[in-house]
Design a protein around this ligand. Structure first.
Ligand code: FBP
Length: 551
């Protein structure tokens, strides 16, 4: 592999760690708190997880733990969408394992959970790992979206672990992958298999967070990368003064990414899906709001601006949410017949016939390309792949129509030239910021200390993240503690509760207090590129979201 100068330099970056992780691993012990309860549905979850429900929160403390020196084999899996810092979780885990006993081994299962089920793996060696330290991507072992949830899959995973003498598996993933990690932990415990399972909180979407998980890794780097790009576009818009830029930003459901980028770059308009849902704002109302800002700016002769659109918006607009859920059910129930329809005309006729009257009306009113995108393949969870729906284009088309109408009525005399963008994949494999490099390394190292203390069904956690790394507090959180029951495919399933943007939280309130001013008066803020070397406040600042939440 040809290596860039920055990449070579980043290999040598030494991640900062919480004080306790700098101690000899054989002297890192755990303190256990009180028994815990799940977020809700306690009786049902207790029945579903008889072995691992109610375990205490674990904090690390300095005390003898000779077991950390045992020779062990550990397996690691990267699951789901890429997020900057994944390689460093593996680096932290590897260094922890080797600090315990240099003869211990770390195996990386290839291509996500499927690698664990099918015994596709490599041994991670120091030389191999050194080429991935502090770099973006998941290419060290690859990732995948296979859902680890059936008894057959659990049994083959157990066979693979036994065959390779693996006594612990670390699953690096989002809410669904960590839920599945907890199910695997419970299954192994119920079989007395002697294989521990530990999760690590990953997703650029930022929606795997709660009292104990302050942020998922990757959110920091991804939002800084997107904010740099949005800022550059704002500056371009402000220089040429001729385009309205509509920018869709990744985030499958929650709008954390859009909100953080809005706080970083102060654009003219940002849609927050959770607010749309709360206020039951219709698509037409969103379009009218954006149009209103465009008209007001045109009155000041400013025929340019920037609009941020969260990727998951479409499902939060009430009438669209109903339509999508009807479509998901219909396509799941009538899959076989639907697959025999080869032309779009036949497909849309079938859809229109089988939808409720309201949804059929909403579907028919959508532009053809959006209809087609709504009918594309579902993801492994049966959901629409929102990253493939051009919501920003839908808004542009509707805004354009509205402006034409206003022009005819003599209420608008500006010009509306537009550009559209989608930032998602650009940020998922960026070189991790110092924050993500440090955080991920600490998460991986902590995962090893949890293994060395005999825990299973826990998620590695590092808290106090708005402070310098030396003050961070590592520990372990029982995964069942973060769970509730949700209906998936018509059945009650245990899942980690997704954290959406809280409308009474500080990040949203700060945005809401300023947005009217940003809308009309050009107030763009240009954050620039992530810096890896230089003053602390430039290189190591956490996201605005995290800072506000921890104030
Ligand atoms: P995870 O939840 O697995 O971290 O992935 C999140 C995400 O990046 C979303 O923001 C996006 O909608 C989705 O992945 C895209 O998935 P894919 O990589 O399969 O296109």
């Amino acid at each position: 592999m040809t290596v860039s100068t920055l990449q070579k330099d980043r290999y040598n970056y030494k991640p900062h760690m919480p004080q306790i992780l700098k101690k000899d691993v054989k002297s890192i012990n755990i303190n256990k708190g009180n028994a815990t309860e799940s977020v809700s549905d306690r009786t049902e979850l207790k029945q579903m997880f008889p072995k691992t429900y109610g375990m205490p929160v674990a904090t690390l403390s300095e005390n003898e733990n000779p077991a950390a020196g045992n020779k062990i084999n550990v397996g690691v899996v990267l699951s789901g969408g890429q997020a900057p810092g994944g390689h460093n979780v593996i680096a932290g885990l590897f260094d922890g394992i080797k600090a315990g006993n240099p003869e211990s081994k770390l195996y990386g299962f290839l291509g996500g959970p499927a690698g664990l089920i099918e015994d596709k793996k490599i041994e991670i060696t120091p030389e191999y790992l050194d080429e991935y330290r502090n770099t973006g991507g998941f290419d060290i072992i690859g990732s995948g979206r296979t859902k680890l949830e059936t008894t057959e899959q659990f049994d083959s995973s157990l066979d693979v672990c036994k065959k390779n003498g693996i006594s612990a598996v670390v699953i690096i993933g989002g809410d669904d992958s960590n839920t599945n990690a907890a199910m695997l932990a419970e299954y192994f415990a119920s079989k007395d298999a002697g294989v521990q399972v530990i999760g690590c909180p990953k997703t650029i979407d930022g929606d795997l967070k709660n009292e104990h998980i302050e942020t998922s890794f990757g959110f920091d780097t991804a939002t800084k990368t997107f904010s740099e790009l949005v800022g550059n576009i704002e500056r371009d818009a402000n220089s040429a003064k001729k385009y309205w830029h509509f920018i869709k930003l990744m985030g499958r459901s929650a709008s954390h990414i859009a909100l953080e980028c809005a706080l970083q770059t102060q654009p003219n308009y940002t849609v927050i899906s959770e607010e749309v849902e709360e206020k039951k704002t219709s698509l037409t109302e969103i379009v009218n709001d954006i149009t209103d800002v465009i008209v007001k700016r045109a009155n000041n002769s400013e025929n340019f601006g920037v609009v941020l659109v969260p990727e998951g918006l479409i499902e939060f607009i009430p009438e669209m949410g109903v339509l999508i859920s009807e479509l998901n059910n219909l396509l799941a129930e009538k899959e076989e017949y639907y697959n025999t329809l080869t032309t779009f005309e036949d497909q849309s006729e079938f859809i229109n016939k089988n939808l409720s009257k309201d949804s059929s009306y909403v579907f028919s009113a959508l532009p053809n390309n959006i209809q087609r995108q709504l009918l594309m393949d579902r993801d492994p969870h049966g959901n629409v792949q929102v990253s493939r729906i051009e919501t920003e284009m839908l808004l542009i088309e509707m805004v354009e129509d509205k402006l034409k109408e206003l022009k005819t009525e003599g209420k608008y005399n500006g010009s509306f030239s537009h550009q559209h963008h989608f930032f998602g994949y650009e940020g998922r494999c960026a070189f991790p910021s110092n924050f993500d490099s440090d955080y991920c390394y600490s998460l991986g190292y902590t995962a090893f200390t949890l293994i060395a203390n005999g825990l299973t069904g826990y998620m590695s956690s590092v808290k106090n993240l708005s402070k310098p790394a030396s003050e961070w507090v590592p520990g372990g959180i029982p995964v069942t503690m973060m769970m509730n029951l949700e209906i998936r495919h018509g059945k009650n399933k245990p899942v980690i509760k997704k954290a959406l943007v809280e409308l009474d939280g500080k990040p949203f309130k700060t945005f809401a207090a300023n947005r009217d001013e940003w809308a009309i008066k050009t107030s763009f803020r240009y954050p620039g590129a992530i810096q890896y070397y230089g003053p602390d406040e430039v290189c190591n600042a956490p996201t605005i979201t995290l800072s506000l939440e921890k104030e």
